[in-house]
Design a protein around this ligand. Structure first.
Ligand SMILES: *[C@@H]1O[C@H](CO)[C@@H](O)[C@H](O)[C@H]1NC(C)=O
Ligand SMILES: *[C@@H]1O[C@H](CO)[C@@H](O)[C@H](O)[C@H]1NC(C)=O
Ligand SMILES: *[C@@H]1O[C@H](CO)[C@@H](O)[C@H](O)[C@H]1NC(C)=O
Ligand SMILES: *[C@@H]1O[C@H](CO)[C@@H](O)[C@H](O)[C@H]1NC(C)=O
Ligand SMILES: *[C@@H]1O[C@H](CO)[C@@H](O)[C@H](O)[C@H]1NC(C)=O
Length: 418
């Protein structure tokens, strides 16, 4: 078993940094300024393996930053055995030890400590302090959280088209992600019934958004009478079925109706939610659904930034990288146990998309140059949590002691120990 603690630093510091990726700088200003990594036929950076050190007091720190570090690996040791919570501190929740899996190339089965600084007053105290002492994060090993099922991007038809536009050599670097997933045992796992059955309620028909209108009753009947038996008959009975696949506006009513069909409730594994319109509906509906159907898993199955914005794609936007990390953390703190980007790779215009609904993506493909660019959002998905200041912080685990970490400004960090 190993633990990770993830945090984001939002205050900038200027540090000249180097690492494995070929860096290119954004030509934007403000928080959209940052770097992205260029991959081509001959080169692409890889997510690091954090190797378990022989010394049990050692931890591994993985950092991505606005200053241009991407999955940069460093080491440190826990020092003092100290459990006092007297210092300004916040407690970090630990997920249930249920074979938690975070599916990223570098991170396979893991137990996570996730820091939630946004809603947690104590954690928001982690800013420069007058006494000049370092703020401390104390790991609470008994406070458990939900199982984490996965993170990633979806292989949509736009993705297929973009990957196909690259040379074989360059696209091989992209395909390697799937190889790594497979090596980590990630095969087809689940299926949703369809995209956004209720988007007709809130998107004007003139937009022509994909989505077939149907009712929760029709969906549950279809799952019980057709989908589940058909999967089973064809030896795909192991594939999990998810209901909804639409925005929070459909919560809790859609699952309430679907699960009033007892057979459907027995068959369906979880509830798939999309991330748009979250500003309109608070996260309390997620809590409500979990209370009503505690055995069901909540998954975020579609997310994208740059939606209906003037510039769908901003190369090197650190701001969007931070937004991803922020949203992932907040949703995880309301029982959501997975988070999937709408597209694993789009072109430099954020397409193709048949209705011009172009958006940003973690990977941007430039077929003219036979390159693809790994955005800050890509690196964000590998880290979750946030802190507020560039400075030294202390991480205390009652069983390990205290580690002193110097964190860079504008960075996302994963600390891992065994
Ligand atoms: C850089 O910014 C300018 C002005 O916003 C824009 O026209 C140009 O396409 C950008 N170049 C790249 C490579 O993003
Ligand atoms: C740690 O978590 C447990 C379980 O949620 C809780 O009862 C306990 O009060 C927490 N300890 C501290 C010091 O916050
Ligand atoms: C790329 O790979 C595919 C599948 O292996 C092969 O059919 C195709 O000929 C290759 N294309 C080039 C240009 O090498
Ligand atoms: C979840 O993600 C959405 C989409 O980014 C965001 O608007 C929302 O604030 C996040 N947090 C919660 C608690 O749902
Ligand atoms: C894509 O590549 C072409 C050719 O190298 C280059 O002119 C163009 O600026 C690139 N686009 C972006 C957005 O980087």
């Amino acid at each position: 078993m190993w633990r990770t603690i993830i945090f984001i630093i939002t205050i900038p510091v200027i540090i000249a940094a180097t690492n494995g990726c070929i860096k290119r700088q954004s030509n934007e200003s403000g928080d959209d300024d940052g770097y992205y990594c260029v991959c081509n036929a001959v080169q692409c950076d890889e997510a690091p393996e954090a190797i378990k050190p022989l010394n049990p007091e050692k931890y591994v720190l993985i950092t991505s930053s606005k200053s241009g570090l991407f999955f940069d690996v460093s080491n440190g040791v826990f020092e003092l055995k100290k459990t006092s919570g007297k210092q300004r501190s916040c407690f970090v929740r630990t997920p249930k030890p249920l074979g938690v899996g975070l599916k990223l190339p570098s991170i396979s089965r893991t137990f996570l400590n996730i820091l939630f600084p946004f809603r947690n007053k104590k954690c928001s105290l982690l800013r420069p302090n007058k006494e000049n002492s370092s703020p401390m994060i104390i790991v609470n090993r008994t406070d458990v959280y939900q199982e984490i099922l996965g993170f990633g991007g979806a292989v949509t038809d736009s993705v297929g088209k973009n990957i196909h536009s690259l040379s074989n050599e360059t696209s091989n670097h992209l395909i390697r992600y799937f190889e790594v997933y497979r090596r980590n045992g990630l095969e087809f796992w689940g299926v949703t019934t369809q995209n956004e059955p209720e988007n007709y309620k809130y998107i004007p028909q003139s937009v022509n958004l994909n989505g077939m209108r149907w009712t929760p009753e029709e969906e549950s009947d279809w799952i019980v009478e057709y989908l589940a038996p058909t999967l089973k008959k064809n030896n795909f009975g192991n594939i999990k079925i998810l209901t909804l696949d639409d925005n929070r506006m459909s919560l809790p009513d859609w699952p309430k109706t679907v699960f009033s069909n007892k057979k459907a409730r027995d068959i369906i594994f979880g509830i798939a939610v999309h991330f748009y319109f979250d500003a309109t509906v608070g996260p309390n509906v997620l809590d409500e659904v979990k209370e009503l159907f505690p055995e069901k898993t909540l998954l975020y199955t579609e997310a994208a930034l740059g939606v209906f914005q003037e510039k769908p794609v901003i190369l090197g936007s650190w701001k969007r990288g931070e937004l991803y990390a922020h949203n992932i953390i907040e949703n995880l703190s309301h029982w959501v146990s997975s988070w999937v980007d709408w597209n694993i790779a789009l072109n430099t215009d954020g397409g193709p998309n048949w209705i011009g609904n172009n958006v940003d993506s973690t990977i941007i493909v430039n077929s003219t140059a036979d390159e693809f660019y790994k955005q800050p959002m890509f690196y964000s998905i590998g880290h979750f949590s946030k802190n507020e200041e560039e400075k030294e912080i202390l991480i205390n685990d009652p069983e390990k002691g205290t580690a002193k970490i110097n964190v860079r400004g504008k960075s996302i960090n994963t600390m891992k120990y065994w």
